[in-house]
Design a protein around this ligand. Structure first.
Ligand SMILES: [Zn+2]
Length: 482
């Protein structure tokens, strides 16, 4: 069974075959940090979390890079607004400091929100401001030498008509694009299609020294530079929201290829999120932050279940009705786990040999996720397992026990691959979670060293404290004994 993914570049579902297995290199466009993260950010982060988890489950070693855009028009605008509120007579120097403060504040907010959702941090999280010189300026120099870029009074632009294959990712021709393009006030483009690689500094704004004078990089050059710096000139997967296909990702490809880099082989884009049928916006009053959702629906699995029920490429509409349904689903799982844990082990593995056969959830689960991450189908497998487990409780006896055990281990194992059940099935404080994870790591070490007696002591100690450990082929899970 091999994973197949839809590639935006080829417009079809293709077999995933990384350049240098078992390594998989993946770059995803991260947040522009000027506001608290909303649930659209959470959806995108979660889609790539599931992809990363599934690749790991399949035995790949994933290197996951997600950038942070910490210099941008929106950040500068936010900083200006905050300064005007404070004091109108500020010096230009204050704007730079304010921009840095805004970016730092909202990066922290982003991290906290994703941590609360239980999403893993990327392996590398490069910040744009730390890669302007020499990385981005060197990249731009290459484009100037190759002739696709030109300088215009301190700005540098990329000449789109000189970029071979431009429009391939978004499926648009250059002539088609030409009709919608225009030159904004203050831009010095030769052609409305061209885009900025470097913007000459405006008074007070954050800026860096460059061969073209003081200025700051354009947004697109950030990602071409940082992805290839950390993952090489060619890498396996590039991801982001579908709203980034054009112009952002189209421009990333143009820049990289003009610099002689083949760039990403596969492009994965997640669908967008609406709230009660409408695009999220502050003016409509439906801008929903991750914190607001977690306040109302405290367990992160409610939101994750909602996400998993829709295919990642489809649009997703958030509503209270759907969240309540997701909460109900989660409570059904929890109810089963609670009962399961209260029933003592009645049979030995030997008894089980004659207890009959159980459905092959493993194959069905993998077939679903292999088919372009069909998580609604994969969830259906978990629900089937749940209903088998519930039937097992009612039935009792050897057969009932077998069903229940099989359901329990399947739900935990595949649920974990989908990012569910990470926080146990009850709310635990982070310090408790960390303590148990440390104990599990210590126990793994002892077991590897064949010191089974000491390893069992750790298990027993945790049991006394009220935590149950479960070993599977994909690691040890735990939950509170309720
Ligand atoms: Zn990007």
């Amino acid at each position: 069974m091999t994973l197949h993914l839809y590639n935006t570049l080829t417009r079809r579902v293709q077999e995933f075959s990384p350049l240098a297995p078992p390594t998989v290199t993946m770059y995803v466009c991260g947040p522009t940090v000027y506001d608290d993260p909303h649930i659209g950010h959470a959806r995108s982060a979660f889609v790539f979390e599931v992809l990363r988890r599934y690749l790991t489950f399949k035995g790949y070693a994933v290197t996951f890079v997600r950038n942070v855009t910490d210099v941008d028009d929106k950040i500068i605008e936010k900083a200006r607004q905050e300064l005007q509120i404070q004091d109108a007579r500020l010096k230009t120097q204050d704007l730079k400091a304010k921009c840095a403060e805004v970016a730092e504040r909202y990066l922290k907010s982003y991290h906290e929100a994703m941590d609360r959702l239980g999403l893993q941090r990327p392996d590398l999280e490069p910040k744009a401001t730390e890669h302007v010189t020499p990385d981005m300026t060197d990249f731009i120099s290459k484009l100037l030498i190759s002739g696709v870029a030109y300088e215009a009074q301190g700005d540098v632009y990329c000449a789109v008509r000189k970029c071979e294959g431009y429009g391939r990712l978004s499926g648009r021709s250059v002539d088609e694009l030409q009709s919608g393009a225009r030159v904004e006030p203050g831009e010095r483009k030769q052609d409305p299609l061209d885009f900025a690689l470097w913007k000459a500094a405006k008074p007070g704004e954050p800026s860096w020294k460059s061969p073209w004078g003081e200025g700051r990089p354009g947004w697109h050059i950030e990602c071409s530079t940082m992805s290839t710096k950390y993952l090489g000139d060619t890498f396996d997967l590039h991801g982001g929201g579908v709203d980034l296909v054009f112009p952002h990702h189209e421009n990333e490809i143009a820049q990289a290829q003009a610099a002689g880099k083949p760039f990403a082989r596969g492009w994965v884009h997640n669908g967008l999120l609406t709230v009660n049928g409408e695009k999220m916006s502050k003016s409509l009053g439906n801008y929903t932050t991750v914190d607001q959702v977690l306040e109302r629906y405290p367990h992160p699995d409610y939101l994750k279940l909602l996400f998993l029920k829709t295919h990642y490429r489809s649009p997703l509409d958030y509503s209270d009705e759907k969240m309540n349904e997701a909460r109900k689903n989660w409570q059904d799982f929890r109810g089963f786990f609670r009962i399961h844990d209260q029933i003592q082990t009645e049979y030995s593995p030997k008894d089980m040999e004659s207890a009959g056969v159980v459905p092959n959830f493993m194959t069905r689960f993998q077939e679903a996720v292999d088919e372009d991450l069909n998580t609604p189908q994969a969830l259906a497998v978990l629900f089937d397992a749940l209903s088998l487990g519930q039937k097992g409780i009612e039935r009792g006896g050897k057969e009932g026990f077998l069903w229940r055990e099989h359901a329990y281990s399947s739900i935990l194992e595949y649920g974990t691959v989908l990012g569910l059940f990470q926080q146990g099935l009850s709310e635990e404080k982070p310090e408790i979670r960390e303590k148990i994870q440390r104990a599990i790591a210590e126990r793994d070490k002892l077991r590897n060293a064949k010191e089974f007696k000491k390893a069992d002591e750790i298990r027993n100690q945790l049991k006394q404290e009220g935590f149950h450990l479960m070993d599977t082929s994909h690691g040890t899970f735990w939950q509170r004994i309720e």
